[in-house]
Design a protein around this ligand. Structure first.
Ligand code: SIN
Length: 318
């Protein structure tokens, strides 16, 4: 792979801009037989919570024509087990690829305690703070990312406990990214991932039963690609921090749209379920596209969308 694919951000170097998204690759080990992980830019682990979680009732995933819905319920072995059994594997096997540990919790304190347990271990470079899980309703159904003050409280707590880079994962159903981005920048965030899944519901048209054991879930796949690309482009108007784009990327042409909208890295999720080799193909496609377009570096694509930002309209006379 050519050096024109490397991206420097979050205090480290990613050998290429293609990562696997949280919740789609476990802790790496689960998919190592079918994906050449160390050829990728990196991966984001399944979200880690303070206590082990068994997750939501089955079925946890259901496909529909334009994508899939999931309500896994943040199933994971808990922070202590991740430190003991998952991080050593990642440290050994992810030599060139980078690792972001996703962190989730019901309260700001739970996020902080996960970070306290993991922080002095090896095997990862940064945290992705999951402020936007649509399936975790203990807070009353509102994700932290939809409440800028609550999101900032999480970030402030975590920021005090770690010097590692912190990337905040935001929600696609955010009406205006300005307030949450400003609140998180004030709290010391280092970058943003856009976007998590979009709340969705699939019903059996005969019985009215939900397709998922938990009822509603988070929608991903091709159906949310345009939402994700738009979210990255909208967020880029509010921040100079690095953006990581995710949602519906299955091909190189999808990834390049996220880069053009302003993302420095992309993450692939649902597509890896359908075809575990798709991430490797996207890496190859981007590498070839950079050369075919006569560019020096993949970063020349970042923010290259030819789209004017409209200024908000002044209210006219009544
Ligand atoms: C889940 O585990 O239910 C999904 C996590 C997420 O979307 O953040």
């Amino acid at each position: 792979m050519s050096s024109s694919m490397a991206q420097e951000l979050l205090g480290t170097s990613f050998q290429n801009p293609v990562l696997l998204a949280a919740g789609t690759c476990g802790f790496g080990e689960e998919i190592a037989e079918v994906v050449e992980l160390d050829r990728l830019g990196g991966l984001v682990t399944k979200s880690v919570t303070l206590e082990p979680r068994l997750g939501n009732p089955a079925p946890r995933v259901a496909e529909f024509r334009a994508g899939m819905v999931n309500s896994v319920g943040l199933a994971n072995p808990g922070a202590h087990e991740v430190r003991k059994r998952k991080l050593p594997w990642l440290r050994e096997r992810m030599v060139r690829a980078r690792v972001l540990v996703s962190v989730a919790g019901h309260t700001p304190d739970e996020f902080v305690r996960v970070v306290e347990i993991l922080d002095d271990a090896d095997g990862f470079q940064a945290y992705e703070i999951n402020l936007s899980c649509p399936n975790d309703t203990r807070r009353g159904g509102l994700a932290f990312a939809l409440d800028p003050d609550a999101a900032a409280r999480v970030l402030e707590g975590v920021r005090r406990r770690t010097e590692r880079p912190l990337v905040a994962k935001l929600a696609p159903n955010t009406p205006d990214f300005g307030p949450v981005i400003r609140a998180l920048e004030g709290a010391g965030v280092d970058g943003f991932t856009l976007v998590n899944t979009l709340p969705g519901l699939v019903l059996d048209p005969e019985t009215g039963e939900p397709a998922l054991g938990a009822g509603a879930g988070g929608m991903s796949g091709p159906a949310i690609r345009a939402v994700g690309v738009h979210a990255v482009w909208s967020a880029a108007a509010h921040t100079r921090l690095p953006l990581l784009g995710v949602g519906g990327i299955a091909e190189g042409q999808d990834a390049v749209q996220y880069l053009m909208a302003g993302a420095s890295l992309v993450q692939m999720g649902s597509a890896s379920f359908w075809d575990p080799r798709s991430s490797g193909r996207v890496v190859n496609w981007l590498d070839a596209a950079v050369r075919r377009r006569g560019l020096d570096h993949v970063r020349a694509l970042v923010g290259s969308a030819r789209l004017e930002r409209k200024k908000p309209q002044e209210p006219g006379p009544e």
